[in-house]
Design a protein around this ligand. Structure first.
Ligand SMILES: Cc1cc2nc3c(=O)[nH]c(=O)nc-3n(C[C@H](O)[C@H](O)[C@H](O)COP(=O)(O)OP(=O)(O)OC[C@H]3O[C@@H](n4cnc5c(N)ncnc54)[C@H](O)[C@@H]3O)c2cc1C
Length: 377
């Protein structure tokens, strides 16, 4: 017999910390277990910032979730007295015929979101930091912006703690066994039981449930912060978040927020595909730096200075780029929240709410069919 809980959340990154926060409001006995410390850099949510946007080229079914996610981010800001969400605009640069730009514009029109289409000269006038060729346009999504990712997770954890959730850090879960109507969770020195387990271990899912491994792609991504010629020129007041698009490749970045440098990262189309988290090379190679500098030199030459910080990150993706949200098809007491396919952070506030509701058999008001785990079984 071990310690008994109503629900246990395993993995306290973006989605798990959010689920724990939502569960902590129910008054039930809940526990969160995390392998590393709060704000660690071995998962998929570190690195200061994540983009948020509401004109969504990834699919219309996301829009209701996006709107609810914004409401919850505001709620968390109020409760935690932290500023987390900054809607200071995001600039997409690419061909006006590129599907990402066409779909973003369509979605903005449909949902009546504010945007501007800018010629290269207009981009230069508004943001002289950018160099843009004559065949590209700028799509300035005015309601987009960024979330402070580590601060978001810290806020969820602090609020969950304040609401009475129990939390264990630096402790890997080594096995999860469904048994009758409960689930047995083991760490190296403890046995826990719960009616429901919410599994939000991100890239590490394959180590606990290898049956997923054939369906998910795991990538090694790199993001760096580069010192610009004039830091204040690249502050959030003067410089937007951005996405630079060239055919199937893209790069994304952020103004200089707290880390003094322009952040830039590259997409999975140029990333190393991994078979397992154990294959991750955390050393930064010359090729990684060359890839980031390619985009800076071409589009933002004034920001192509010394490296201030650089690091790796896991990204996990489903083939259809939708998420995995729902009960495990063979073990319904285990609720999965996974593979947020390079675009899930902004929705972690609502994904946590959905996971908490699913674990209590509550009705869900969103269409979860695109994210149904059964599509992989
Ligand atoms: C470089 C990069 C850029 C991105 N940009 C954006 C963006 O701009 N906008 C956006 O919306 N999304 C973006 N995403 C996607 C988004 O960041 C991820 O979908 C999201 O952060 C994943 O959160 P998670 O909770 O699934 O994983 P994580 O945050 O990695 O959390 C999983 C947690 O589980 C823990 N864990 C693992 N195994 C165990 C175990 N056995 N026992 C206990 N704990 C365990 C891990 O330590 C970790 O803390 C980006 C992703 C990457 C990698």
């Amino acid at each position: 017999m071990g310690l008994i809980y109503d629900s246990i959340v395993i993995g306290l990154g973006a989605h798990g910390s959010s689920a724990l926060y939502h569960l902590s409001k129910t008054g039930k006995k809940v526990l969160g277990i995390e392998n590393f410390s709060i704000g660690h850099d071995k998962g998929s949510s570190h690195g200061e910032s994540r983009m948020i946007r509401f004109s969504y080229s990834n699919g219309e079914h996301y829009v209701p979730m996006l709107l609810r996610s914004k409401e919850i981010w505001k709620e968390i800001e109020n409760e935690s007295k932290e500023s987390l969400l900054f809607q200071k605009g995001a600039l997409y640069v690419g061909s006006e015929h590129h599907p990402t730009l066409i779909d973003a514009k369509k979605s903005a029109d449909k949902h009546d979101l504010e945007y501007d289409i800018l010629s290269p000269t207009e981009v230069k006038k508004l943001y002289p930091q950018f160099v843009i060729d004559k065949n590209s346009i700028g799509f300035l999504d005015k309601t987009a912006g960024y979330l402070l990712s580590e601060a978001c997770i810290r806020s969820f954890i602090n609020l969950a703690d304040r609401n009475g959730a129990e939390i264990v850090f630096n402790t890997p879960v080594v096995s999860i066994k469904p048994m009758n109507n409960k689930v047995i969770v083991r760490t190296n020195n403890q046995r826990y039981e719960a009616e429901k387990v919410i599994l939000t271990v991100g890239a590490y899912i394959n180590e606990l449930f290898p049956d997923f491994s054939n369906h998910l792609d795991l990538w090694r991504l790199v993001a760096g912060w580069f010192k610009p010629d004039n830091l204040s020129f690249y502050s959030p007041e003067n410089f937007p978040s951005f996405v630079l698009i060239e055919k199937e490749h893209y790069s994304y970045g952020f103004p200089s927020i707290e880390i003094p440098g322009v952040k830039i990262g590259f997409s999975v189309s140029k990333a190393q595909n991994l078979n397992s988290t154990k294959e991750m090379n955390r050393e930064i190679e010359d090729d990684d730096i060359a890839l980031l500098r390619y985009w800076l030199e071409k589009y933002l030459p004034g920001a192509n200075g010394d490296i201030v910080r650089i690091g790796t990150c896991f990204a996990m993706s489903t083939p259809d780029r939708n998420f995995i949200i729902g009960p495990h098809p063979e073990h319904p007491n285990i609720i999965l929240g996974h593979a947020c396919s390079g675009h899930g952070f902004k929705m972690s506030s609502v994904i946590g709410e959905i996971l908490a509701d699913l674990s209590q058999d509550r009705k869900i008001k969103f269409d979860l069919s695109p994210h149904d785990p059964r599509r992989f079984f």
